[in-house]
Write a protein that binds this ligand. Structure first.
Ligand code: HEM
Length: 223
């Protein structure tokens, strides 16, 4: 049986914990400072509404890192260490985005997200487009996540396994559309940024687009 690429090596527990604490920690502190401190969101909404923002932000950053590791963070692409890191970042991103999807569905009411709802109480066009892209992005993310299960490489063969892993690029493209659709109106009005801090929609969009641009650059360079 052939094991999945990257599965012969596991990052030490301390390193994995450090990555999660660093990435999620920075995202959480950013969300708290932007929304609770500067925008005046009540502290009552820290546990779910604000943590949801940090999970979405951290999740997209981890997924972008999974597809950039070895390309911009050093290390030889294709080595077991780089593959193990990509696997860990991808699974960390999947976990955080899964939490984000669950938390978003609990919070999904006009009281929290007025901009997604029409006066009728149904979703408006921004809401419909935003959630379509979010759900499709999540659907695409299931492919690389599920194929990291043990021995999927052997079961699928190299070509299909790689195709499934590359579905993460579709996730990144759809995540860009998800964040753009919900946030672009506020990106260019700098005076509306609490504490002069850019919106998380914009930072999430930039993280996803950066990974796509890096990939595009490599595809072009290989030709
Ligand atoms: C079932 C799938 C999804 C649902 C229902 C969903 C829902 C939402 C909602 C309601 C928001 C607004 C949060 C807020 O303003 O507080 C949001 C923001 C966001 N989502 Fe998703 N999402 C989904 C999937 C994804 C995926 C797959 C990604 C990335 C890979 C993603 C990344 C983001 C980012 C970066 C934000 C911006 C966070 C913010 O500014 O608050 N989402 N999503």
């Amino acid at each position: 049986m052939r094991a999945n690429p990257g599965s012969s090596l596991r990052l030490p527990c301390r390193e994995r914990t450090a990555w999660v604490l660093a990435v999620w920690g920075v995202c959480l502190v950013y969300a708290i400072v932007r929304y609770n401190v500067f925008k005046g969101v009540e502290w009552t909404h820290l546990p779910l509404y604000i943590v949801n923002k940090s999970a979405a932000f951290g999740g997209v950053v981890f997924i972008a890192m999974a597809y950039m590791v070895g390309k911009v963070f050093g290390g030889t692409p294709g080595t077991e260490l780089v593959r193990a890191k990509a696997k860990f970042f991808g699974l960390a991103g999947f976990g955080m985005i899964s939490m984000h999807a669950l938390m978003s569905m609990i919070l999904l009411t006009p009281a929290y997200y007025e901009k997604f709802f029409a006066a009728s109480g149904k979703l408006n066009l921004t809401g419909e487009v935003t959630f379509l892209c979010g759900v499709l992005a999540y659907g695409c993310l299931l492919f690389p996540a599920i194929t990291t299960l043990p021995y999927m490489y052997d079961a699928l063969g190299m070509e299909r396994w790689l195709r499934a892993q590359h579905m993460g690029y579709a996730t990144l493209a759809l995540a860009s559309a998800h964040t753009f659709a919900m946030g672009y109106k506020g990106w260019f009005d700098l005076s509306s940024w609490p504490g002069s801090l850019p919106p998380i929609t914009m930072l999430g969009f930039l993280a996803a687009v950066t990974a796509l641009v890096v990939k595009l650059g490599r595809v072009i360079a290989r030709r």
